[in-house]
Write a new protein. Structure first.
Length: 155
């Protein structure tokens, strides 16, 4: 593997005609991961799978828009490519959120992918200061893709 090479696998486990194509996910992931090298899996799921994963790994009931599973210590030291982690996105939740929040669907998909990838890099939003930092980074990355600040109405 060459330096700064991102290897992306996209798994389509949900049947939804409004899910973006692989090239879209690659563009968003490359922006978020800013030259990181390694292997990333983005899995598009339905509400059932999202809810099961959310319950199992976060102890929370119901489907959620995005879950991130950083490889972290699970990474095999000499693995080529080095696993970065998995981002699991629920297509139905993303579509519902976009509609309810009056956001363009493609822009909300981009935000969701970037948000999940930033979690793989260690960004978090549990504390207020961390949330502001993560939201600012998301807004900057989205701007680089020609997408407006998703938090603008909240600021």
């Amino acid at each position: 593997m060459t330096a700064n090479r991102l290897e992306l696998a996209v798994q389509y486990a949900a049947r939804d005609s409004e899910v973006p194509k692989r090239a879209f996910f690659e563009t968003c992931a490359r922006a978020a991961l800013a030259g990181a090298a390694g292997e990333l899996v983005i899995r598009i799921v339905d509400e059932t799978e999202s809810a099961e994963l959310n319950e199992r790994y976060r102890g929370k009931h119901g489907a959620t828009n995005v879950l991130a599973f950083p490889a972290g210590d699970l990474a095999i030291p000499d693995a080529e490519p080095r696993p970065l982690g998995d981002v699991v996105i629920c297509a139905a939740v993303v579509a519902t959120e976009a509609r309810e929040q009056g956001k363009e669907l493609t822009a909300h998909w981009a935000h969701t992918v970037i948000h999940g990838c930033l979690h793989l890099l260690g960004f978090d939003h549990e504390a207020e200061s961390d949330a502001r930092e993560m939201e600012s980074r998301e807004a900057d990355l989205l701007a680089g893709l020609g997408i407006g600040d998703p938090y603008q109405s909240e600021r």
